[in-house]
Design a binder for this molecule. Sequence first.
Ligand code: KIV
Length: 276
Amino acid sequence: MYTQLEQRGMAEPPVNVSTLRKMKEEGEPIACLTAYDASFAVLVDSADTDIVLVGDSLGMVIQGHDTTVPVTVDDIVYHTRAVARGLRRAFLVADMPFMSYTNPGQALENAVRLMQEGGAMMIKLEGGEGQVDIVEHLARHDIPVCAHLGLRPQSVHKIGGFKVQGRDAGKAREMIASAKRLQNSGADIVLLECVPSELGRAVTKALDVPVIGIGAGPDVDGQILVLYDILDITQGRTPRFVRNFQQDHAAPLAALQAYVKAVKDRSYPAPEHCFS
Ligand code: KIV
C-alpha cells in the first residue's frame, strides 16, 4: 500500500517534501514551473521539472485579466485537477486565490478542496506576519504550505503596481523575520518574488526550508517562472527576470528541458534577470 505513491511505474520516484529538503541540503537547484492544463503538465513533467504550480497567474495568462484578483477557488480546483492528470514525477502545488484564506477556518476548508478535489500536494498562499495564524492552523492539520513573500500580486491594488519589494533595509529585515516566523509556524517552502538578489540570498541562508525565487536572484534554492513567459507565448513587455527559452528551440519540450538544465547548472538567472 505504501509503495503506490513512490512508484507510479517510474524509474525515478515522485518528488515530495523530503526530496525538496534534501535538494536544499545538498545544494541541488530545484526547477519549478507553472502549468494550467494536462497537455502542458505532461511536457513540464517530461522535462523533469521538480515542482509544478497551478498559479493564480492563470487569471492573467489563461483568463485574460489584468491581475490575479478575479480568480476563484473553483478555477484553481478545475485547473489543478487537469494538471494532476498529466503529472507523474513532479510535486504539485496549487495557489489559494485572493480572499480564500481570510481566517483559519476558511483557509482550511479551501485548502482541503484544492487537495481533495484538485489533487494538490501543497497549497501556496501570499502571506506575511498577518498569515502566521493561518499557516499554523493549516500545518496543525497536516496541510503542506508554501508561503509567498516579496511581491504579492494579490495585493497589487494596495501596493500600487507590480514593483520590486524589500529594497529598503528596514523592509528587507522585516521580510527575513517574516520568513523565519512562517517557517517556524509550519511553512514547508517559502517563495520569494521580485526582491533584490542580496535579500534572496539572506532569506535562503536564514531558513532550513527550501526558498524558491522568481526574480529573487541566483542564490535561492530553486527558481520558478510562468510557463507562458518562457515559451514566448506571453505578448508585450515581460518582467526583467523572464528569459525566453523557446527562441533557440523548435519544440516546446526542448525549451522546457533547456529551462530545467539552466536552473540546474545555474546559468539561469544571469545578472540581467536579477534586481539590485
Ligand atoms: O501565480 C503564480 O503563477 C505565481 C508564480 C508567479 C510564482 O505565484
